[in-house]
Design a protein around this ligand. Structure first.
Ligand code: BLA
Length: 504
């Protein structure tokens, strides 16, 4: 077994629920086809008595009607009905209920209402949502969110985990009851949350593992009429992967909850919540936490819009200055290099190269002319008319390894319709130490049962020195570079026109 097997574990088809809820799967005529074996302890009906019976005969008419009245919610893809505090049986107990479609089946899940009565979720959550709206940087926003969710949920610790471009992840905020810092700033390898899990978490936004020692309850029969296991992707009581349970135990965690943080339709990160001992949070509160995560996503987008807006303003100012120089009749190279400081406030760099008509002009810490000609040839071969950036040139252009770290990262703007003219920002090499929670090269070890995969046992900080890299180019810098490209194309056109006019 290796890590690619890990990506293939069918975590949506494990055929079990966690003990905190019971599950029924109905055919389109609302006859129960599958039931979890804990149905009796949750709803007071033996699973074998429920199978084959119509739902209407099993639950009180009020509960039944509440489900029926909301069925239109399932017309949306991924739609679900969430009902809180409803009677399902004539025994005075209240339930939170979730209903969703899975293939041809309708899945209905029941969780008995527990926890302190009379605590109104909204009055707890609303102030925490408002507290997110303060201005600040990403770190402050993430910390405010971690604090908010920790106070709301009561988990011992809440972390904000942000996915990196290679799907590894970094803890960017950590709030713990004991005020310690355990994982803050640490990186975790991509395989800790395998690909199919990341994909699932874009559709199903919250999971609660209330007790890592819970054996759960099997759903019977285990396969549908087509012979397929039930698809539990969107089931809120879904039992989770045993490999992940092992991971949590290795980490010393008794209960885990994670809430997806989406941005632009993609999984940006997760709130990762841990408790030392088992901890159940009812479905109504979990739903409120999902709303909290939605609000966080919204603030995240707003924050990035703000950065982008500022970048647009800075670029416009730069444009005005540049146009001023050119209007004075100064050559392109002189104009550009003399505003290099202004350019630096828009796109930070250590050196700047203008390569125009095969002539090399440079300021700051830049590669030599000979080195740059090689880079220009690489660019001619590899990039089109768009802005190109890398924070690790040597990875795509190995010769850069010999450049003494002078051009570890480049951002290249092709500036003429003709090939070979570029404005190139360079960044020098930084020696970076990346701290991992455990050795990322050994995410798995052979388990007690030989080949059986066991997630790593040690989360002890493991440091890695990364060389050959520059500080990465930020999204708003890429955005500014794109605007700068348009400005320079326009300038070029004007200059060509002016030259033609003179000739005529
Ligand atoms: C799922 N792994 C997860 C989840 C998290 C992590 C948050 C979602 C389930 C949950 O809420 O607990 C990982 N938890 C983390 C990380 C932090 C954290 C990185 O708190 C850091 C702060 N895991 C492994 C290996 C495999 C693996 C080697 O380490 C596979 C071989 C599997 N992780 C794995 C699987 C799931 C998972 C299969 C899906 C669980 C499920 O939803 O069924």
């Amino acid at each position: 077994m290796d890590l690619t097997n890990c990506d293939r574990e069918p975590i949506h088809q494990l055929g079990r629920v966690q003990s905190y809820g019971a599950l029924l799967a109905l055919s389109s005529d609302w006859i129960v086809q599958h039931a979890s074996e804990n149905l009796e302890s949750i709803l007071g009906i033996a699973a074998e008595d429920a199978i084959g019976a119509p739902l209407r005969g099993l639950i009180v008419s009020d509960g039944y009607e509440r489900i029926r009245q909301n069925m239109r919610l399932l017309d949306e893809p991924g739609g679900a009905i969430r009902l809180f505090n409803v009677a399902m049986r004539a025994n005075g107990r209240a339930f939170d209920v979730s209903v969703h479609g899975s293939g041809n089946l309708l899945i209905v899940e029941f969780e008995p209402k527990s926890g302190p009565r009379g605590r109104d979720v909204m009055s707890d959550v609303y102030p925490q949502i408002s507290a997110l709206k303060r201005d600040g940087d990403l770190a402050a926003l993430a910390m405010a969110a971690a604090r908010g969710l920790q106070e709301l949920s009561g988990f011992d610790s809440v972390m904000v985990y942000q996915f990196q471009p290679d799907q590894s992840g970094k803890v960017i905020a950590e709030r713990r009851k004991d005020s310690q810092s355990v994982y803050d700033g640490l990186m975790f390898p991509a395989s800790d949350i395998p690909a199919q899990a990341r994909k699932l978490y874009t559709r199903s936004l919250l999971r609660l593992i209330a007790d890592v020692d819970d054996p759960g309850s099997a759903i019977s029969p285990g396969t549908t009429l087509d012979g397929e296991p039930l698809d539990l992707s969107l089931a809120v009581t879904r039992a989770v992967s045993p490999i992940h349970i092992e991971y949590l135990k290795n980490m010393g965690v008794g209960a885990s909850m994670s809430v997806s943080i989406m941005k632009d339709g993609e999984l940006w990160g997760l709130f990762a919540c841990h408790n030392h001992t088992p901890l159940y949070i009812d479905y109504e509160r979990r739903t409120a936490f999902e709303m909290f995560a939605h609000m966080f996503s919204y603030e995240l987008s707003r924050f990035e819009d703000e950065l982008r807006k500022r970048a647009v303003e800075d670029t416009s100012r730069l444009q005005t200055r540049l146009m001023g120089y050119m209007a004075d009749g100064r050559p392109m190279a002189e104009s550009l290099l003399s505003v290099s400081e202004d350019i630096g406030s828009v796109i930070a760099h250590d050196g700047l190269v203008l390569y125009e008509d095969e002539t090399f002009h440079a300021t700051g810490l830049a590669p030599t002319e000979e080195e740059f000609r090689a880079i220009a040839q690489f660019l001619d071969r590899s990039i089109g008319e768009e802005v190109y950036a890398t924070d690790r040139l040597e990875k795509v252009f190995p010769r850069a390894r010999d450049f003494g770290g002078r051009a570890a990262g480049i951002l290249a703007i092709p500036i003429s319709k003709r090939p070979r003219d570029y404005l190139v920002f360079v960044r020098r090499q930084i020696e970076e130490t990346v701290s991992w929670a455990g050795d990322p090269r050994k995410p798995v070890t052979a388990g007690p049962n030989g080949e059986r995969l066991t997630p790593r046992k040690s989360f002890e900080v493991w440091r890695e020195t990364v060389s050959g890299r520059s500080i990465p180019w930020a999204p708003q810098e890429m955005h500014s570079a794109e605007r700068l490209r348009m400005i320079l194309l326009e300038v070029f056109l004007k200059m060509t026109d002016a030259a033609n006019d003179e000739r005529e």
